[in-house]
Design a protein around this ligand. Structure first.
Ligand code: ADP
Ligand code: MN
Ligand code: MN
Ligand code: MN
Length: 339
């Protein structure tokens, strides 16, 4: 019996890349091979030299088609084997390798918003729902919208073997979150991209759009983030390393360098209101949801654990954000001899 391999890759759309996928039928027992696609249709090539290469890097069971069918995440390469400029995974690989000794873990909280037509799911026609308050972790048909999609998506993530760690309804109607992790930088990012694909695909079945837009509704409504929880072995063992990481993120050009790569439209979300710190002012604090970086209260009690970078937008590229955090924090920890 042959089986279906759904090849999934990240395209070259600016400023925020889109996911693409197509199906290859493979003979029973055959491994998913290197494949190709038309890069001129994905902002990854010119029409006169349009072939781009898909190199499988992560395969998991396809929870939608079931059986022996698989999902295949692929890196995009030029025909000469070089990584394509849109291939940010290739930039993460050497950094992850360089600091592998420090054993970085990530937990990414992916917020997102369902839309039906031009409105967030749960927004009434030609108006607004009651103000924020009852929706976060709410229950009931007047409070949460789209739960059947969310539950099916969670089941599919689990069936695919992804390291999903939880879900919750968010502060704005139609807004939800799932978390991936803890896992290493490449693994958390690979799993997050597949989980996003499953989300779009699951919502598509009922004619609903899932968006990672960082500010999907104007006015007094929370934006959508991707809080990134981070630790190294030294941080999981002691508090000095926690402080070193928080300080390193605030040093010199680091805040600006990170903010510039934490997702399109970040200034519109990190306003200083709605549980955010202003995008142009770095801060960290214990239990502080108005800081750029939060040290969870339990971490201060235990004097070890992890930190939460609250700045990343929902629309981040997790290969970029994990690379920046490993680079900034692990180099500082190495310099401080805290490894
Ligand atoms: P919040 O309280 O901010 O809503 P969540 O529970 O949504 O936090 O997400 C926290 C994430 O942090 C989870 O994905 C969890 O697996 C992850 N996490 C827990 N411990 C660590 C750690 N030591 N290092 C990195 N991530 C961690
Ligand atoms: Mn959360
Ligand atoms: Mn959240
Ligand atoms: Mn959080």
């Amino acid at each position: 019996m042959s089986y279906k391999a759904e090849y999934i890759w990240i395209d070259g759309t600016e400023p925020t890349a889109l996911l693409r996928s197509k199906t290859k039928i493979l003979a029973d027992g055959a491994e998913p091979p290197v494949w190709g696609f038309d890069g001129s249709s994905t902002n990854q090539a010119e029409g006169h030299a349009s072939d781009r290469v898909l190199r499988p890097v992560f395969t998991c069971p396809d929870p939608i088609r079931g059986g022996a069918n698989v999902l295949v995440l692929a890196e995009v390469e030029e025909t000469n084997g070089d990584p394509h400029v849109s291939n940010t995974r290739a930039l993460l690989r050497p950094i992850a390798e360089r600091y592998a000794e420090q054993d970085s873990w990530f937990g990414i909280e992916q917020e997102y918003t369902f839309f039906k037509g031009s409105r967030p799911l749960g927004f009434p026609e030609g108006g607004f729902p009651a103000p924020q308050g009852p929706y976060y972790c709410g229950v009931g048909a007047d409070t949460v919208f789209g739960r059947e999609i969310v539950e099916l998506h969670l089941d599919r993530c689990l069936a695919a073997g992804l390291k999903v760690s939880g879900i919750n309804a968010e502060v704005m109607p139609g807004q939800w979150e799932f978390q991936i992790g803890p896992a290493g930088p490449l693994e958390v990012a690979d799993h997050l991209w597949i989980a996003r694909w499953l989300l779009y695909r699951t919502a598509e079945e009922v004619g609903v759009e899932a968006t990672l837009d960082a500010k999907p509704a104007r006015g007094d409504w929370n934006g959508a983030g991707a809080h990134t929880n981070f630790s190294t072995r030294a941080m999981r063992e002691g508090y000095d390393a926690i402080i070193t990481a928080c300080e390193a993120l605030g040093e010199g050009d680091k805040p600006a360098e990170h903010i510039a790569q934490y997702g399109a439209g970040i200034e519109g979300r990190l306003t200083g209101a709605h549980e955010t710190a202003p995008w142009n002012k770095y801060s960290y604090g214990v239990s502080d949801r108005g800081a750029s970086v939060r040290i969870p209260w339990q971490v201060e009690v235990d004097k070890k654990g992890y930190i939460e970078d609250r700045r990343p937008n929902a629309n981040i590229d997790p290969y970029v954000v994990t690379r920046l955090l490993v680079n900034t924090c692990c180099s500082a920890l190495e310099k401080a001899g805290q490894v």
